[in-house]
Write a protein that binds this ligand. Structure first.
Ligand code: GTP
Ligand code: MG
Length: 406
């Protein structure tokens, strides 16, 4: 196949193979005006090689009509179906083997077309917001998150952002608030929520992560200090993506290796979206349990993430009478009792508000930063600055925080 190249300074036409290269029943080549927004495709480039069975040149066939015919080049002829999909684009479907594809691309190149890869060509007809969305959809790990993003596809998210430019201040501010309401969820459509399982040694953290994941990911042993490194696993609860992290049990120790594991555990807790603090209620509370409980009960403005208190080993006699916090979820990681309730509590805590169908949701950090800037400007009655931030969001500009100290 002629190797894809970056379009030269101002080519009139690009051609790209849309189907995966290699063997296939049918291959599709798209020929596109290089500036689709303001130039029609010169169909003469197709007519140089394509002869329809009706004998009429392609320019005389209406948009959307499938034309069967032959592609003739170098004294060979391929059976093809050609369709003007738009006034600036034509698709040629041919035999899926490499030989047919190469011959057609070579003949288009000989007529002056620039051969590019499909991503380069797609960038010519998609807005930056659409491209970001396509990229995000390709990263979706669950059907639920993919479905939410697909609802924004076909230009809907871009159109919603474009409409903001027409609004006056009174209408703009609430629309921006609506868009930003689901910004955290938007980021998690491609990135899982991070949950860390923490607690003192031997309380059952590794047993719980295995129960939550449904397979033996972490080593379980009846000696404290078994887990040393951070062990992670991916799963989905209720269609939402989660990364679970099992960590070293937290305690005072002189063992340097264990200390290093505890440091890592603490860092993992700090960067998590949610912590599950595990208590072993089959043994009386220890000073380490009390310390961990008070850490997670500090004011919400602290570094600690929100936490769910999990009272484990509920299958054994309770040694914490009256000391278990009221909001603790009782589970037995060995029998599985209470694990479903714990999953429901995790989902409720992290995704308390599911967006109604068709809600527009920004899906990248870049989009959120520009929309937040627009909202700040709108609140300060600066409509010009708000519109400029929205325009930057639409144009794909990288967000630069001018207020950040250099
Ligand atoms: N009866 C009972 N035993 C449990 C339960 N959960 C864990 N265990 C047992 O508790 C012991 C420690 O379990 P682990 O999962 O290794 O504990 P851990 O918190 O990961 O321990 P470290 O990695 O040392 O911090 C093992 O013998 C488990 O079988 C439970 O719900 N009930
Ligand atoms: Mg462990």
């Amino acid at each position: 196949m002629p190797s894809p190249e970056r379009p030269s300074a101002d080519p009139n036409v690009t051609a790209a193979l849309l189907t995966p290269s290699g063997r296939g029943a049918v291959a599709v080549i798209r020929i596109l005006a290089a500036k689709p927004a303001n130039a029609d495709l010169p169909t003469s480039i197709i007519d140089a090689a394509f002869v329809s069975v009706s004998g009429r040149p392609l320019s005389q066939h209406p948009v959307g009509r499938l034309c069967y015919g032959h592609w003739t080049s170098d004294s060979t002829s391929e059976d093809v179906v050609v369709c003007r999909t738009d006034k600036y684009a034509v698709e040629v479907s041919c035999h899926g083997g490499r030989a047919a594809v190469n011959r057609i691309l070579e003949s288009l190149k000989a007529e002056g077309a620039s051969i590019v890869d499909w991503q380069t060509q797609q960038a010519m007809i998609s807005s930056p917001v659409d491209l970001e969305l396509a990229d995000a959809i390709s990263q979706a790990t669950t059907i639920r998150t993919a479905a939410i993003m697909l609802e924004q596809d076909s230009g809907r998210l871009k159109d919603a952002l474009t409409q903001l430019l027409q609004l006056d201040l009174a209408e703009l501010t609430p629309r921006l608030v609506e868009l930003l309401a689901y910004s955290q969820l938007g980021l998690h459509l491609t990135q899982p929520w991070k949950i860390v399982i923490t607690g003192r040694p031997n309380v059952g953290k590794s047993t719980l992560i295995n129960a939550l994941l449904g397979f033996e990911r972490a080593i379980v042993f009846d000696q404290p200090g078994t887990t040393r490194d951070v062990v992670t696993g991916m799963t989905a609860f209720d269609g939402w993506p989660f990364q679970l992290a099992d960590t070293a049990g937290i305690r005072n120790t002189k063992d340097e290796l264990e200390q290093a594991g505890i440091q890592r555990a603490r860092r993992t807790v700090e960067s998590a979206d949610l912590a599950c603090l595990l208590l072993d209620t089959s043994c009386p509370p220890t000073a380490e349990d009390e310390e961990l409980l008070s850490y997670f009960h500090k004011s919400e403005s602290g570094d600690e993430p929100p936490a769910i208190i999990v009272a484990n080993k509920a299958d054994l006699p309770d040694q914490w009478p009256a000391a278990i916090p009221d909001d603790a979820v009782r589970v037995s990681s060995v029998t599985g009792h209470g694990v479903e309730k714990l999953i429901a509590t995790i989902v409720e805590k992290l995704i308390p508000d599911v967006p109604p169908t068709s809600t527009n949701i920004p899906i990248s950090y870049r989009q959120i930063q520009w929309l937040d800037k627009a909202w700040q400007a709108a609140k300060a009655d600066n409509i010009a600055q708000a519109r400029s931030a929205i325009a930057d969001c639409l144009s794909g500009s990288v967000f630069v925080d001018e207020t950040a100290v250099a």
